[in-house]
Design a protein around this ligand. Structure first.
Ligand code: GUN
Length: 294
């Protein structure tokens, strides 16, 4: 079997252009343009690139963005003051504090201080709590899991009663992903570093979400034939043929898994572009919500 390739780049482009149309309409009808504020603490190379790409996507969608770049040694209180300032800024609809934060800062305190109506990352404890509860919905869904759900939707994957296995239990991806799949009526198993027999779980999975950060950990022989595989991993693999000496690969060994899976996301070009697309969508939704209240 040769799997269908899930083209995250094309689907993300579609989402971003839908947002751009809605932003243009908002500008015309309400003379208002949504605004996103990003907060980048320190100079982590990956975080800097991610934040730069988020600004670029905002610009393309017609969303205003402002970036706060802050030295890594900022105190927790000073960072809190910046978040509160952005909470009070009426031109800011969404606030994104890029993670990870330096070790001396408690991210729960910072994320919990973000105004719920501006929590476009969906990481506020109350949003996560609502995501976990039956019959309740969060105001915002965390962008990477939201993007994975959109990919599954675009591929017409029937999650009702499906066996879904999530590899990884991070607050950013694994945990909210499991909750979203459960809300969509899948039977969810979350595997992590202490799971005794990951392959046993994988073998019966109709849907696999890999978010562990281990290079090409999942191989084709671990999968059920026809499984839908969503690879959230972005890992560097040495590759002397590349100018920079490495290439990006996922948590899934693409070649062997594509032989067995029914559909699979590539890395790059799968989940990565979706995270940013869902952020611009959440920012638009935050502005729409604000306008509907005024
Ligand atoms: N770090 C890695 N992914 C994310 C994300 O989706 N949002 C934020 N704020 N930080 C991240």
């Amino acid at each position: 079997m040769s799997a269908k390739v899930i083209d995250g780049k094309a689907i993300a482009k579609k989402v971003r252009s839908e947002v751009a149309v809605a932003v243009a309409k908002m500008k015309e009808e309400h003379d208002y343009v949504p605004g996103l504020a990003t907060v980048l603490v320190g100079d982590n190379t990956a975080s800097t690139t991610y934040v730069r790409n988020k600004h670029k996507a905002c610009q393309e969608a017609g969303i205003r963005s402002i970036g706060r770049e802050i030295p890594a040694d900022i105190s927790q209180d000073d960072l809190l003051a910046i978040v509160r300032e952005l909470n009070d800024d009426p031109t800011v609809d969404g606030i994104l504090v890029q993670l990870p934060l330096p070790k001396h800062i408690d991210d729960e305190v910072i994320l919990g201080a973000i105004d719920l109506a501006k929590d476009v990352d969906g990481f506020h404890p109350l949003n996560i709590g609502r995501l976990a509860m039956k019959g309740r919905d969060p105001q915002f869904i965390p962008c990477t899991p939201y993007g994975c759900m959109r990919l599954l939707k675009e591929m017409d994957v029937d999650l009702n009663g499906a066996e879904a296995v999530v590899l990884g239990r991070s607050n950013i991806v694994g945990l909210p992903m499991g909750m979203l799949l459960q809300k969509a009526n899948a039977t969810v198993t979350i595997c992590h570093s202490r799971t005794k027999d990951m392959v046993e779980h994988l073998k019966r999975a109709d849907v696999v979400i890999a978010a562990v950060g281990i290079t090409e950990m999942v191989t084709g022989d671990m999968l059920k034939p026809g499984a839908v595989v969503i690879d959230v991993g972005i890992n560097r693999k040495d590759d002397p043929s590349k100018k920079r000496g490495y290439r990006l690969v996922g948590d899934v060994d693409y070649d062997s898994c594509a032989e067995v899976a029914g559909a699979i996301t590539p890395v790059p070009g799968g989940v990565g572009p979706m995270t940013i697309a869902m952020l611009v969508q959440n920012t638009l939704e935050a502005a729409e919500h604000k306008l509907s209240q005024s």
